[in-house]
Write a protein that binds this ligand. Structure first.
Ligand code: MTE
Ligand code: MO
Length: 320
């Protein structure tokens, strides 16, 4: 008999939805909670207008030419209607139910090891920073990727506003948990609220970007509006959406995905085509829109900006 057991990287991509495979095993009991009429309708309906039309806050800003891409830029529609946002559900079609997340008023708390704890209103914050547009590659750990147009400001500007104390070594990002708007929160076995973190050196790196807009409009809720963070050299799950709190800490936080499955989603999560996810290869990625398979790049192509952050850290699990 010749039974061939497929290796992890041979599973078809539709099964390589990592982030949901782990959960769906536990989710069976709670599945009926997700079958809201609005959610089902949104998954089949086609948008007539762009999802970010009509949101508050102007987001036109000059493009920063420093960050070049060698790929076609995805359309606004592609980048804003295929999302991961588990608070709204585990499928990619949550953009319509996500419109229930009110974008104003919105406050962001800065606390922990800081000179003075602060709570900023988003419109006041936007006046204290200089917005720029960046065209960035984005790579999900599930091996889909896109190139999208973002407006925002370097995370280093928020560090300046927060004034972290000398002992602050890590930055912790906590995202919205609005039970009325987010049906996913009823799945109480997940460690809500979604939290992520990075080192203070990573946060100060020029590539760490706070996003407040996309395609010249306010960032739509499904992409993390009104304010989210992006680490374009790391897998997408590091970029917490709809931030409500940024804390400074002396100790390394354990993030949402790390709590769910630490062997598959670690603290560093830097992109490396040569280090497979435990269940599939990371050597290539599928581009939204064209569906083309292209090779994945070390640090998602941003090594010239970020590689130095990791000298001396070779003993860490930098690539998971
Ligand atoms: N709060 C929150 N942030 C989140 C997620 C989430 O489920 N909840 N998903 C993450 C994952 S897995 C990815 S790939 C990106 C997707 O961002 P996008 O929908 O803007 O492309 O958001 C990340 N941030
Ligand atoms: Mo992801």
């Amino acid at each position: 008999m010749n039974i061939r057991i497929p290796r992890g990287w041979e599973i078809p991509e539709r099964l390589a939805t990592s982030e949901s495979v782990v959960m769906n095993r536990r989710a069976l009991l709670g599945a009926s909670a997700m079958l809201l009429p609005g959610v089902a309708a949104a998954q089949t309906a086609n948008a007539q207008t762009a999802p970010s039309d009509g949101l508050p806050g102007a987001q036109a800003a000059a493009r920063n030419p420093r960050y070049r891409v060698d790929r076609a830029i995805n359309t606004e529609r592609e980048a804003t209607t295929y999302n991961n946002y588990y608070e709204f559900g585990t499928d990619k079609g949550i953009w319509r139910p996500a419109q229930r997340l009110a974008q104003r008023p919105w406050r962001l708390k800065l606390d922990g090891l800081v000179a003075h704890e602060k709570t900023l209103d988003i419109d006041d914050l936007l006046k204290q920073v200089s917005l720029e547009e960046r065209v960035l590659r984005f790579r999900c750990v599930e091996a889909w990727a896109m190139t999208a147009v973002y407006t925002g400001f370097p995370l280093s500007e928020l560090l300046r506003i927060a004034e972290p104390a000398a002992g602050a070594k890590y930055v912790v990002f906590e995202t919205a948990a609005d039970r009325a708007a987010m049906p996913g929160l009823r799945q109480s076995w997940y460690p809500w609220p979604y939290k992520e973190g990075c080192t203070i050196e990573e946060a100060a790196n020029e590539m760490a970007f706070v996003v407040t807009g996309m395609y010249g409009k306010p960032c739509p809720p499904q992409n993390g509006g009104p304010i989210r963070v992006l680490f374009p050299w790391k897998y997408g799950f590091k970029g917490g959406k709809s931030l409500v709190r940024i804390s400074f800490s002396a100790t390394r936080p354990v993030s949402y995905w790390e709590q769910i499955q630490g062997s598959e989603y670690g603290f560093w999560a830097n992109i490396n085509p040569e280090v497979p996810h435990p269940r599939w290869s990371q050597a290539s990625e599928r581009l939204l829109g064209s569906g083309d398979r292209v090779p994945t790049k070390l640090f998602n192509g941003y090594g010239e900006f970020v590689a130095d952050l990791y000298t001396g850290l070779q003993q860490e699990r930098l690539w998971i």
